[in-house]
Design a protein around this ligand. Sequence first.
Ligand SMILES: NC(=O)c1ccc[n+]([C@@H]2O[C@H](COP(=O)([O-])OP(=O)(O)OC[C@H]3O[C@@H](n4cnc5c(N)ncnc54)[C@H](O)[C@@H]3O)[C@@H](O)[C@H]2O)c1
Length: 336
Amino acid sequence: MKLLITGGAGFIGINLVKDLIKSNHKIIVLDKLTYASNKKEIKELAKRKKIIFNKTDINNKNSILKLINYHKPNKILNLAAETHVDNSITSSKQFIETNILGTFNLLECSLKYYNNLSNKLKKTFVFYHISTDEVYGDLKKNDQSFSENSPYLPSSPYSATKASSDHLVRAWGRTYKLPYLISNCGNNYGPYQNKEKLIPNIINKIITNKKISIYGKGDQIRNWIYVDDHISAIKKILSSKYRNETFNIGGKNELQNIVITKKICNYLDKKIIKKNNDIKKFSELIQFVKDRPGHDYRYSLNSKKIMNKLNWKPKVNFDTGIKKTINWYLNCKINL
Ligand SMILES: NC(=O)c1ccc[n+]([C@@H]2O[C@H](COP(=O)([O-])OP(=O)(O)OC[C@H]3O[C@@H](n4cnc5c(N)ncnc54)[C@H](O)[C@@H]3O)[C@@H](O)[C@H]2O)c1
């Protein structure tokens, strides 16, 4: 099976690619290599001939068409995106260009390719779009979790562009009959994530002995999932018989940001005994700062559909996953 993966050098992308190369799939990665990508890692995989890599912007129509027609993938997975909410607030243009226009371009190129496939290849082809729980907006503490039928109510420029791209994918499915799949996942954590994101940021601040800034009271709740569990869900969805369907992928862990911060501090207190600046515990580095504008309070996903239809469930509990993650950052220091 030939899989063309956009954004394969990003956090989830590189974890997915590293997993998929263990099987006998042929992997073609297209990535613009923005600041958020794992450049060294993806180039190393290409050098070792584990994958084919091409540095490309998903907005570049000529290049995308040429690459799709040359490699003739059986399936296309779209993970390329601008993903940091804070960046989308300070400068939203790139989010519109990549997340909306880039997805539009990929859909146009994929449709052109799909329409020329033989009937046999059409049967297995799918455009699989990776999305987020943030498209549904946020919840109050005791609200029911979001299901696949919950209305879209995005709050940030990031989630609005992801919601737009989901709508485009469904429209291309319904109007032009391009077979698609969408999955909406909660907050991922694990190796290879850029240090702008909450968990690597906290680890980075602790090991560089800087203040850890936490928005508002730190009481926001996220539905955390270890990246390997997201990948096992993506693989189940990708190899399923389902088409033109959406699946929520939620972890079991709903945790407040401040609880996560303290867990990381406590774990590193035991690992790094000698501390600078007269502090006894890393939690002394925590400072509360003005809340992010429009900050979502709680995300929570109902994942019964994928659990029942595809027999998937997350395996990694938060305490195990966070220790693995911290140890990885301490050992590699790649993104810190
Ligand atoms: N990280 C999460 O918690 C999470 C949760 C749910 C869904 N998602 C979604 O999963 C996907 C991957 O997320 P991530 O956390 O790995 O993101 P990331 O920011 O770590 O990586 C994104 C990758 O996309 C590439 N990219 C950006 N713009 C591009 C463009 N115009 N053309 C080609 N490549 C481009 C970047 O170079 C990078 O390698 C995104 O669509 C995101 O919305 C992420």
